[in-house]
Design a protein around this ligand. Structure first.
Ligand SMILES: Cc1cc2nc3c(=O)[nH]c(=O)nc-3n(C[C@H](O)[C@H](O)[C@H](O)COP(=O)(O)O)c2cc1C
Length: 207
């Protein structure tokens, strides 16, 4: 059964990462739209350290040399219930900075922060398809990295005209697509609720 409120009164923690470093990013605006479309029992925190991550290199992947941002990314993912990635499309795929983050979060192999983590990929681009190739590539990469990827797409095309702002609040110009976004987010958060319940049952059994 799908419970809207998890057994635990602590909200489901959604970690959001925007795959653009640009000030004024359309994808950052889409993240804000998603924040308001989340189920009532979920809260969104965003992680903004993409630009501080070193290029992934196994030689520097040690606690001493990986750097603060890499450790911080892994800790942020580990403590989140679910991940929401919002990505632009660059030359038909995801921006290098976002792929770099997936690579950092995928290691150590088999036990990285992404292992078993429910994740969804949405995005926006100024093109007419909304960056669907980037989102598909991101879903594939996350899955290979061990995440449990939500098989749903939400792409906002023609980003330059797709967002409107009133009193500092961002909305979609075409609000008819919002139910599809809310449905995708509900599926994502539901995976977080299930994980939460499974962990609580395991703890109760062990006690
Ligand atoms: C290097 C680069 C490559 C791009 N390639 C694509 C592309 O393949 N498909 C597409 O729809 N838009 C492409 N765009 C346009 C982006 O969709 C647009 O710049 C978008 O606003 C970027 O997201 P942001 O606003 O969140 O930074 C590209 C932009 C850049 C800078």
């Amino acid at each position: 059964m799908s419970a809207r409120i998890s057994n635990n009164s602590t909200p489901i923690r959604v970690l959001g990462i925007v795959g653009s470093l640009r000030g004024g990013s359309h994808n950052a605006r889409l993240m804000e739209v998603a924040r308001r479309a989340l189920p009532a029992d979920a809260v969104l925190e965003t992680w903004g350290g993409l630009g501080d991550l070193p290029h992934y290199n196994e030689d520097i992947d040690t606690p001493e040399t990986a750097g603060h941002a890499a450790g911080d990314l892994r800790a942020a993912i580990a403590s989140a219930d679910v991940l929401l990635l919002v990505t632009p499309e660059y030359n038909g795929t995801i921006p290098g900075v976002l792929k770099n983050a997936v690579d950092w979060a995928s290691r150590p192999a088999g036990v990285g922060a992404l292992k078993g983590k429910p994740a969804a990929a949405i995005g926006s681009s100024t093109g007419q398809f909304g960056g669907v190739w980037a989102q598909a590539d991101l879903r594939r990469s996350l899955g290979i990295a061990g995440a449990r990827v939500i098989d749903a797409e939400f792409a906002v095309p023609r980003a330059a005209e797709a967002f409107v702002e009133h009193d500092g609040e961002v909305s979609l110009a075409d609000e008819s697509v919002l139910p599809a976004l809310a449905e995708l987010l509900e599926s994502l958060v539901e995976e977080g609720r299930k994980n939460r319940s499974a962990r609580e049952m395991a703890t109760a059994e062990a006690a």
